[in-house]
Design a protein around this ligand. Sequence first.
Ligand code: ADP
Ligand code: MG
Length: 327
Amino acid sequence: MPLSEFGLIEHYFSRQSLERDDVVLGIGDDAALIAIPRDRELAVAIDTLVEGRHYPVGTEPDAVGYKALAVNLSDMAAMGAEPAWMTLSLALPEADPAYLESFAQGLFRIAEHYRVQLVGGDTVRGPACISVQLAGYVPHGRALRRAGAREGDAIYVTGTLGDAGAALAVMRGEFRADAAQSEYLRQRLDYPSPRVDVGLALREVASAAIDISDGLAADLGHILAASGVGATLESQRLPLSKALCDVVAGSTERERLALGAGDDYELCFTVPAEKVPLLERRCADIDCPVTRIGLIEAAGGLRVQYPDGRAETIQGTGFDHFAKGAP
Ligand code: ADP
Ligand code: MG
């Protein structure tokens, strides 16, 4: 028997075991009620995934559910906010039980991990499109912002860059990969690791932060524009996974992916020189590498320095060079 809209919500989305203290009223009324802690600001973000645009057609529904929250958790991480609760807007062409079961599993698995409670949403029939709105808490005045980078600050990124872009390039047949390499890169595309722990550790340490959804050059460009500064990156410092290096032979192609490909959901942040020791202490216990990749400078624009001493300027809007073939 086909599920009604209410049956569907009840069956798939009202079953989360997590009950947060700040959620006064969750799913089931006209609106959710939240008791926001007095000493906190609310950080709110929303991201929409459109099938065929933000994830390949045929992606496992488990991955779609996971990624719909993961990309929002990445925004919380970039603000230094502690994730708390979410709403879900779900448009699907049909109420396919197998799809919904798998989608809900992926969504709630990562939701439990980060203690995020689903408090409401909307369910409609239509072309597949999923929006998650996520809220988190940050102590007053402590959020990480894009503005705040200063000349002399070191530039860091978490994890490795370009893996999601490499996965798409492999799918398009641009590079050859064996089963293990394809699987690794595809996991990085489908199941990005939001760097929430690093984001929390960056409070009072980072002068600016952003998450890398559109590619390092574009997203670091937002920090530079908001802060009124420029930067030079060292190409050989860009952190690359073994899988990417094994699959992509040429250094130019590797750099193009690391600088220009999106969907990595790593963090890029800047740290004043005197706070670098504090950064290292705070990140020592976190299971995620952070790598210094360059320096903030007074002169505007983004430059990349190569090992042979050559430096290339990437124009403010001129990321097309890197965007070639990117998603
Ligand atoms: P309304 O008609 O007032 O908008 P709905 O019938 O759309 O309410 O939803 C009923 C309840 O179910 C609300 O509490 C709403 O937040 C919740 N809800 C609807 N769709 C979802 C969903 N996909 N996930 C979680 N909660 C949902
Ligand atoms: Mg209503």
